[in-house]
Every structure is written in C-alpha cells, then in structure tokens.
Design a protein around this ligand. Sequence first.
Ligand code: BGC
Length: 379
Amino acid sequence: MKHPLVILLGATLCLALTGASPARAARSPMKATVQKTPFGKLPDGTVIELYTLTNAKGLVAKVMTYGAILTELDVPDRQHQLGDVVLGFDNLDQYLAGDPYFGATIGRVANRIARGKFTLDGQSYTLATNNGPNALHGGLKGFDKVVWQAEPVEVPHGAAVRFSYTSPDGEEGYPGTLHATVTYTLTDRNELRLEYTATTDKPTPVNLTNHSYWNLAGEGDILGSILTLNADRYTPVDDTLIPTGELAPVKGTIMDFTKPMAIGSRLGQLTNNPQGYDHNYVLNSGGGKLAFAARVYEPNSGRVMEVYTTEPGLQFYSGNFLDGTLKGKRGMVYRQHDALCLEADHFPDAVNHPEFPSTILRPGQTYHELTLYRFKVQK
Ligand code: BGC
C-alpha cells in the first residue's frame, strides 16, 4: 500500500492519523491536516481516494472521491470521547452495491421531480423515474455515483478539500454542461462546512445537497434525539411525496418542531406518511443568507449538532426506509429510525412549482450555497 500523502496546512506540528477509532479521545492542540489514502477501485480500475480531514481539536471527517461522500465524522461527546456520527460502510464495494445515499453529495437536483418531467423556456425534458412515478436525487447515476476530482485547499483555521465534477450536457436528461464543486472544510471551531458552486452553459435546474444520515449517539435509534427546526411552515405532499404547492403552518400539528421535541414523541400520529417524517420544511430565513436551520441534541452522549444554511428548505427524513438489511460500519445493522437526514436544499419539485424559490441556473450566473454543521456538547 502506498504511503499516505500528508499535507501540512501551515503546520509546525502535525499528527497524521491513519484512522479514527470511535472511542479515541479528542486530542488538543494540533494543526489541521489533510491526508489522502486509497479507498478502493471501481470495476474499471479507477482508484477512489479517501481524504481524511483532521482539525486542531482532533475531530475527523473522511470524504471520498466517489460521490463526494462523507464516510465518517468523529466528534466528541460530553466525556470528550470521539465517536462516528454518520452512517456508512467500511469499504467501497458496499457503497457500489447500492445504498440509500449515505453521506452522498446529491445532484443535479436533490429530492423529487414529479413524473420525471419539467418544462424550461418552453422546452420539455424527461428524466428517468427512479422512485415510484417520480425522479429522485439526480437520476439513475446522479452526483452520488460519479467520481469527483479532489484537491486540498488551504484555509486559515481548519482542513479543507474541494471536489469538482463536470456533468456533460444531457447527462441524466438535464440540459447544459454543469461544472459543480463542493468544498468540505472541517474548521477548528468544530464545524463541518459544505460550500457548493455551479456554473452552466445552458439554463438548467440545480439543487445540490448532502445526504448524511446522522446518529449523534453513534448507535441505536434517533427517536430520543431532540430536534428543533427553525421553520413555521412545511410543504404538504401527495402520496408520492410531491408537494401540493401549499405552505402549511406547523403550529398546533405534529409537524411542529419550532420548540425542542423528541423525534419519536409523535411519530405514530403521522397519518399521511405512517413510516415517519419525510417532509420539506420552509425555513424561516427564506434562504439567501446563512441562518440557523436546525438543532439536534442527543441526551445520552450530550452531542449537539446545529445546522446553518443559505438554503430556503430542509428535508427532514427520519430514516423510514432503513429496514435492517444493510450491514454498515463496524458490523452495525441499520434499522428503521436509526438515523435522521436533514437535507438543506430548495423545495422538492421546485422546477414544476413557479411559486417556490427557483432552482434554475442560467449561463453567466454562479450557483452558491453554504451549509454548516456545528458540533457541541450539552452538559
Ligand atoms: C427522501 C426519502 C428517500 C431518501 C432516500 C430522502 O431525501 O426524502 O423519501 O427515501 O432520501 O434514501
């Protein structure tokens, strides 16, 4: 095996870590580093690289070039013990065998497009339908299944890697050549920043997000995790999870997370979607500026994750379709509600809803969105 390439980011002292054990205690202080190691090969021989970002406090984020997927994120609990808070697999083959988008970068268009059809500037487009009657998460081979180019980026207080992908005109049915980037930064303030850009040579819809499955305890279910959402409204959906167009108030309903609430406390009362939450919340910020979107507190570990985003929406998905058949990292079996997703993005099917914030990117414009996850502990 080749030696890991260790890139020092203005370092005088550097610890090149070869892996993160879930029980390792956070170390401090040290300089942030980026380390590259091979993670596996695609069937055509393409080598997939894993970038390990370590911040000055010893937190670790691992992201691979396949799908720009976050495979691991080690953050401290109340006892300062690092633990991995995202679902995923130990090796590339398991990701290739198919998974529900664990940790993946989703594009060109996250979430659903009704019947896989939309019209833009008078022209109709048809996409593959890969979720019942609808198109989901970019198509059959979305951005979660392509190989991204990666380069470490120097940042003053953290470790960062930029992933780039050029999607050819017509890929998955979408118009225009799209140049997309996502930069992962693990800051020394214990934040994971995901910054997205895109440019196009033809008008096209773009709605990028990250599909991490969070479990702040590192194991077990998330029903006892306490969630707060900065959203007074949500977008009700039909029985194929396409928004009706209404922006409904959450007040007085089981959708209301404006005050901290255990995720499992009202789950059985969801009638239209009895499996659990799978809803887009309309963030109070309206999007366009970095603003508080969500907070998750896990009482046993004490871990807290705050989500800030420039996006107008947040899909809260309570891991409804995990069914115990996937064997994940460290031999863990992922059962229904063993994780939650908080996908910051534009609203589902926005391309067919002119009343929703637009997802259309035109030549000359630059798509730019930022989502930040801040980790803390609560005593
Ligand atoms: C969707 C779920 C879907 C999941 C796929 C989420 O973004 O809202 O309906 O099952 O992605 O893993």
